[in-house]
Design a protein around this ligand. Structure first.
Ligand SMILES: [Zn+2]
Length: 168
């Protein structure tokens, strides 16, 4: 395609991007260890709802009382329910091979849900798990987390997903 008057060549290009998970690093290390960790702010009296606030995904600072949050809670064995969902038929490049997929918000039962509706995906046809049809998905249904076994350096928010925990 190149000629003497219009030289065009392909040059491979690669960079390493050094990414820091910062103060929420324990969340991602937790995913590697098949745990779901959130942060919790117990300054009840300073919150609008006058309750403790759970953050999932975690936050390092409380948006209501502005305090730095240092307390982590292990939610892995907690009850999780489907808060809401949508079925996505299009996605960014890294998720295109998964469409259609079910994008969900997760309710962590027993906590104020203002800041803890984790965004994840629901898999309804996984071998060895409860399988349901898309039309059987119900808001409020019990769901449970599953973890992809990936190296720590490849951990992302997508390393946890959910499956039905009960028959419809
Ligand atoms: Zn707070």
């Amino acid at each position: 395609m190149a000629d003497n008057n219009n030289l065009i060549v392909d040059l491979p290009y690669h960079i390493n991007y050094r990414h820091s998970y910062g103060k929420v690093s324990p969340y991602f290390v937790g995913l590697k260890n098949k745990k779901i960790l959130g942060t919790i702010c117990r300054n009840k009296e300073k919150h609008r709802s006058k309750t403790e606030l759970l953050f999932l995904p975690p936050r390092a600072d409380c948006p209501e009382c502005m305090a730095e949050i240092k307390e982590w809670v292990d939610l892995t064995d907690n009850e999780f329910r489907l808060y809401t969902y949508t079925i996505a038929y299009f996605a960014s490049e890294s998720f295109l091979n998964q469409v259609p997929y079910i994008l969900i918000n997760v309710e962590v039962v027993g906590y104020d849900t203002s800041y803890s509706k984790l965004t994840s995906t629901l898999v309804i046809n996984e071998q060895g798990e409860i399988n349901i049809k898309p039309e059987e998905i119900r808001i409020g249904m019990k769901i449970k987390p599953k973890f992809r076994d990936v190296p720590l350096e490849s951990i992302t928010a997508n390393s946890v997903y959910f499956v039905p925990a009960e028959k419809p």
